[in-house]
Write a protein that binds this ligand. Structure first.
Ligand code: SF4
Length: 210
């Protein structure tokens, strides 16, 4: 249990439950191949059964960390910062993004969109989940829609989500890692038949980097 003071700092975004932070290469989506400092915020209640970061779900396990400290670490490493989770939009991202941008960093987010948008972002990657659909603010502001393909029904879900997102969003289909051998050939066919979509692969997993 957090003290009242810490809880209030987390609630207003002065502190955030930080799970981990690391400098690596963005492996997925539009910015694949770009060096970036990843900030993984704890807390997620979306509950995807194939989630590969289930340790992130319980925010109480991740220490409230000052946004000043997160920004100081990030600024040492990269000019692009990717805020991920967990589901970072469970928390108010206003202060964190303001402080990162004050250091002239490019600020990206990876989100399921399950909570209303907060913060100021240079790039919003929306990866919607069937369990808890995105809020309108995230559909309206996403730069990229990245749908994870775990089974054939996910192609139908992807088309539904493409109708909801703003018309400028770039559309990606990405095989879920444990199903990649089965799903990647289907995605290849699908993209050739429906070229508004592009393929995203989890290249960091092929490269064996975080
Ligand atoms: S939204 Fe992301 S972090 Fe949350 S359960 Fe799904 S895959 Fe895991």
């Amino acid at each position: 249990m957090l003290t009242e003071e810490l809880q209030s700092a987390v609630n207003n975004g002065t502190m955030l439950p930080l799970m981990e932070e690391f400098y690596t290469i963005q492996g997925e989506g539009f910015h694949t191949g770009r060096a970036a400092y990843f900030v993984r915020i704890g807390g997620c209640d979306v509950g995807c059964h194939w989630c590969d970061v289930k340790e992130s779900w319980n925010a109480d396990l991740h220490p409230p960390t000052s946004t000043d400290v997160i920004v100081e670490h990030a600024a040492k490493h990269a000019n692009t910062v990717v805020v991920t989770g967990g589901e970072p939009l469970m928390w108010d991202m206003t202060l964190l993004t303001q402080k990162l941008k004050a250091k002239n960093l490019k600020v990206h987010i990876e989100t399921s969109g399950a909570y209303p948008l907060s913060g100021t972002w240079d790039w919003i990657c929306l990866s919607p989940k069937k369990n808890k659909l995105p809020t309108q603010t995230v559909y309206d502001n996403a730069h990229e829609l990245k749908v994870i393909i775990y089974n054939k029904h996910d192609f139908i879900f992807a088309e539904e989500q493409a109708k909801n997102v703003n018309s400028n969003a770039i559309l990606f289909l990405q095989p879920e890692w444990s199903k990649k051998d089965e799903m990647t050939p289907l995605i290849v066919d699908y993209v050739m038949n429906n070229p508004k979509w592009r393929i995203s692969l989890q290249t960091h997993k092929y490269l064996n980097i975080p």
